[in-house]
Design a protein. Structure first.
Length: 212
């Protein structure tokens, strides 16, 4: 059985997004294409489109974060969106929270190999972490919005926010899950896109502030 190849060429736009940290992004891409794929964290069909569907569309969420914030990525999996964000924005302190041992082990390996000194890996569930720890909690494809708010917002400092990567149906989720979000101390919600100047398909985000 042939091994997946990490040889997808680096898109020109990647240097625009990552700047002088592009070699770190390339090393992470290659790790996803080989180690993460071999361990079953990345599906075989995804290996050829890691840049467009995974690395770059996660990195552009950097546009949504002010300087010097503490950020948690819950249900981090193979490190998406937290690792591309941490590479693109070394000023952020990023904590990757992942409950599964195999995945948290992989995350630690990647963080060590890339020397990402602004990243901490925590094995555990979001709801086990305590309260009001971070300026922002982010996530990608973790849960429906109401449940996600219940996991994310307790970790957010008052006045901070959850910033979740979501699909085009996020407005419907927001309407459907309004009560759960309010119960989780969520207030004003804003749906917006990032990466429009560099990606063919911008990334859709929802930001929900913690009110109290």
């Amino acid at each position: 059985m042939s091994q997946p190849s990490p040889s997808s060429p680096t898109p020109d736009v990647a240097s625009e997004i990552f700047g002088d940290r592009l070699p770190l992004a390339e090393a992470y891409h290659d790790s996803l294409a080989t180690v993460a794929a071999q361990r079953g964290f990345i599906g075989p069909k995804e290996v050829g489109r890691l840049w467009s569907r995974h690395v770059l569309n996660c990195a552009v969420i950097a546009e949504a974060f002010d300087e010097g914030l503490s950020v948690a990525d819950i249900g981090s999996g193979a490190g998406l969106p937290g690792i591309p964000l941490a590479i693109a924005r070394p000023d952020l302190e990023v904590t990757l929270i992942e409950p599964l041992l195999k995945r948290s082990t992989y995350l630690r390996e990647v963080v060590d190999e890339l020397g990402l000194d602004n990243v901490t890996v925590v094995r555990g569930r979001a709801e086990e972490q305590g309260a009001s720890l971070f300026d922002v909690v982010t996530s990608r494809a973790v849960a429906p919005l109401g449940k996600l708010a219940g996991w994310s917002l307790p970790l957010v400092k008052v006045g901070g926010a959850m910033v979740a990567m979501k699909g085009e149906s996020v407005a419907e989720e927001l309407e459907r899950d309004a009560r759960e979000i309010k119960r989780a101390k969520g207030g004003q919600a804003e749906i917006f896109t990032v990466g429009a100047s560099v990606l063919e398909e911008p990334t859709t985000l929802i930001r929900i502030r913690r009110t109290h």
